[in-house]
Write a protein that binds this ligand. Structure first.
Ligand code: AMP
Ligand code: MG
Length: 420
């Protein structure tokens, strides 16, 4: 129980205890960024018939195959077809129909010539350049085929996916529910944001940092405020948090004389799976679940370190992937890129180090620089960070120019494997 887990072991343990939430229906426009909870099939053909891909003339290829700008082929224009209008006239040999982009190709015609390759006077058109036979026609069902599977369960809804859902008229979309999250800060020294400044207290940063990190993943959490380091009060506040799918409690999770979070969670029936991870900043980090884990409407509980930087780093490594897995995503981990170190980096062996970093680009790629003092209480290191340089647990020192893995912190770009 007291053994240190590696970051990867801790991530695997957490992910083995959480599962996707049940499906819910949301309005199409609210589905952006969510994950489809069922397969989607096309309910029509699109286009519903062969349509022109260009403004031009619908012709019989055999008529115009030999056309050149020197010896153009002259055809009689017999129809003028607009998008949304059904053609009335069959194109016979020696004839052509003027046609707009998206309009149905008339019977008889097999090819569309772009306006730019013609010279027309209204009643006649001269074809100056033959395309390939069948050119400039979008065939029936090119985009959607009636009945065919178009989107798989598990697909993340991007704007492009949302456009397909609109085409198959899904005004309501079945997506995985997002977990509900409660956040509790613990510590006698903490001062809430609405309390007056008391020089002897520490302003509560974690509630708000964790709130923002949840929001960045599309989840609006509930703030439970600050609990004192008092077992009875703490137990009652933690119990409130257990009504949610995920509880994030920060502070009081280590071995201090007033660290009651773990014993109180155990008293509330939570099984603690581990509480130490070999990382910097970050340890101590506790993880537990109620019986059956989240698959049986239980709660996943994270006891995060009190230091604000540690708490935020642990959120990125452990909480974020769990929230994304519960929301149905396949890509759980922050995107990593390769970068070169701008400077030497000294380290202690035994713990993975997440160095807060900024990134620059030159002709050879990215260059990563530490944001400066890396103490776990120095929140500015986090405020300025674009990513974390990941220094593996077995690495003692790195030199300027060495290639490193950097986890990107901004945006919504995620990948399937942690790759750290
Ligand atoms: P703990 O994990 O409770 O031992 O706290 C470690 C350090 O983090 C202490 O210096 C605390 O004052 C500080 N800390 C704990 N919780 C918070 C919080 N919510 N906001 C800012 N600092 C905190
Ligand atoms: Mg404390």
């Amino acid at each position: 129980m007291t053994a240190y887990r590696s970051v990867t072991e801790a991530q695997q343990c957490i992910l083995s205890h959480v599962s996707a939430m049940p499906p819910e229906e949301v309005a199409l426009h609210d589905s952006l960024g969510r994950v489809l909870a069922c397969d989607v099939n096309a309910n029509r053909n699109h286009p519903p018939y062969d349509v022109s891909a260009m403004d031009g003339y619908a012709v019989r290829y055999a008529d115009i195959a030999a056309a050149t700008s020197g010896t153009p082929v002259r055809l009689t224009v017999v129809d003028d077809i607009r998008a949304g209008q059904m053609p009335q006239v069959k194109v016979m040999p020696g004839k052509a129909a003027r046609i707009m982009t998206g309009a149905p190709v008339p019977a008889g015609a097999d090819t569309v010539i772009r306006v730019e390759d013609t010279d027309g006077d209204g009643d006649h058109v001269a074809i100056l350049l033959p395309p390939k036979s069948g050119a400039n026609i979008r065939p029936l069902g090119e985009n959607l085929r009636n009945g065919e599977l178009v989107l798989n369960k598990g697909t993340e809804i991007t704007p492009g996916v949302l456009a397909i859902l609109a085409m198959v008229k899904q005004k309501q979309v079945s997506v995985f529910a997002r977990p509900t999250v409660a956040i509790l800060s613990t510590g006698d020294e903490l001062e809430g944001i609405d309390e007056p400044i008391d020089e002897n207290k520490i302003p509560d940063a974690n509630s708000h940092a964790l709130y923002a990190q949840c929001r960045a993943l599309g989840i609006t959490p509930t703030l439970l405020g600050i609990a004192h380091d008092n077992p009875i009060e703490l137990k009652a506040r933690l119990a409130q948090g257990l009504k949610h799918d995920v509880l994030l409690a920060s502070g009081g999770v280590s071995v201090g004389h007033h660290d009651f979070v773990r014993p109180m969670l155990e008293a509330l029936g939570i099984t603690m799976h581990f509480w130490r991870v070999a990382m910097r900043p970050g340890h101590p980090l506790a993880f537990g679940t109620s019986k059956g884990g989240t698959s049986e409407n239980g709660t996943a509980v994270f006891g995060l370190p009190g230091n604000p930087v540690s708490s935020m780093v642990c959120f990125e490594q452990f909480v974020g992937p769990a929230l994304r897995a519960m929301s149905g995503h396949k890509n759980l981990f922050r995107r990593t890129i390769a970068a070169r170190l701008a400077h030497d980096l000294k380290d202690r062996v035994g713990r993975a180090h997440f160095v807060r970093a900024t990134l620059q680009r030159d002709a050879d790629g990215y260059i990563a620089s530490s944001t400066g003092t890396q103490g776990s209480g120095v929140l500015m290191s986090m405020a300025m960070a674009e990513g974390f340089i990941v220094v593996p647990a077995d690495t003692e020192a790195m030199d300027a120019g060495d290639e490193v893995v950097v986890q990107l912190l901004q945006g919504m770009d995620f990948q399937e494997d942690a790759n750290i």
